[in-house]
Design a protein around this ligand. Sequence first.
Ligand SMILES: Nc1nc2c(ncn2[C@@H]2O[C@H](COP(=O)(O)OP(=O)(O)OP(=O)(O)O)[C@@H](O)[C@H]2O)c(=O)[nH]1
Ligand SMILES: [Mg+2]
Length: 457
Amino acid sequence: MFDSLSGKLTAAFDRFRGRGALDPADVAEALREIRLALLDADVALPVVKDFIARVRDRAGGAEVMDSVTPGQQVIKIVNDSLIAALGGAGAVPLNLNATPPVVILMAGLQGSGKTTTSGKLALRLTQKSRKKVLLASLDTQRPAAQEQLAQLATRAGVPSLPVIPGQTPLDIARRALDVGRREVYDVVILDTAGRLSIDQTLMAEVKAIRDETHPAETLLVVDAMTGQDAVNTARAFNEALGVTGIVLTRMDGDARGGAALSMRAITGAPIKFTGSGEKLDALDEFHPERVASRILGLGDVVGLVEKAAETLDQEEAEALAAKMAKGKFDLDDYRKQLNQISKMGSLSSIVGMLPGMGQFKDQLGRANLDASLLKRQVAIISSMTRAERATPDLLKASRKKRIAAGSGTTVQEVNKLLKNFDDISDMMKRMQKLGQKGLMRHGLSALMPGRFGGPKP
Ligand SMILES: Nc1nc2c(ncn2[C@@H]2O[C@H](COP(=O)(O)OP(=O)(O)OP(=O)(O)O)[C@@H](O)[C@H]2O)c(=O)[nH]1
Ligand SMILES: [Mg+2]
């Protein structure tokens, strides 16, 4: 997602970098490239036009031309315009200000991810907001649809409305609200049936449910991979139904990003969440400013730190930090750190969040360094004896041979790992003052190819 757009925009800025003065011809050329990049990413034409006009107006102004760093100013303007296109600064939170049980109605085309997203939302509201959530499937169209939601609910550890065969969607909706009231639920999530395309029957059904249940949120679930069509779908649903928020799914695919960038301008509805996988925790709040930074390769450090805080084992991290403060960091600790990093997801997704690291993403892909690299490194360390892990100096040629054989790697790889470890321990000594956040960032960047002696792609 956004990779190609990001690459092209960054390339368009190359002509500005480190320049003392800006030539208007350069600006015009960069604008042309930005325009092409946006069109190529499937951003809707009116959105592209507005975007370019906005950047052109500001880039030609005194604010830029008279500044000491005009190139940076233009990048900032593009960043601001991206944020605006994505919906303005800050995530738009779910509106749960209503008398409980608060109803969240899920709508969308067939296969867009409504049922999965219902499960994800239920999990999120239960875990993060400590809400008591009831899931109910109103999908009487597809056989087994209600059963699918019940299974998701079990996986999420959230109750779902018992299935009574033969009921209509409206019957089920009423029953869900009854149970919601009687059993004092905070939130009731209603998952509806999809249709292949927007048709009257579908709209009429969802409208009837909406009128019956007065949802605080009517969330439209759209598949980001459908590009321009996603925006058309959203417009049609919004006109018919009045959507309060959009969930863009399949952001983990290779969609070009146009849907995310056009959605707000074309429909007026904010993107509230994005889905990035089939797992129940693959739902993220949509923060326009963070997404803009990522598109421009400026990194998403806030997102990274949040992700780290959610996945890293706090006690383990503190124990590691304490060891480092004493200047003691051995291969056992290094293995723990590698394991923690692999828990955070694929390396390339983490790298994409680091400022200035976007350029390494391709290299990582090419060198196939992702999870498999981490695993190999962990395997090498696991093939060492405890004494060797505590005192890496013991590792002479014959021991290295044994370790390589034991871990299914080569002596070169063992050497490379030891070199990485040396570099990291050196670096850690230097940055003890930085505290844990510093450790996180530098610890990760130390794994980048070509840096600090890491493997060259
Ligand atoms: N990769 C990826 N797959 C997703 C995502 N969201 C949903 N899916 C998958 O997409 C498929 C369809 O998802 P559902 O949640 O059943 O879609 P739906 O809108 O409820 O479909 P209908 O009820 O048939 O209209 C499932 O295989 C999901 O696992 C996502 O964000 N990323
Ligand atoms: Mg469904």
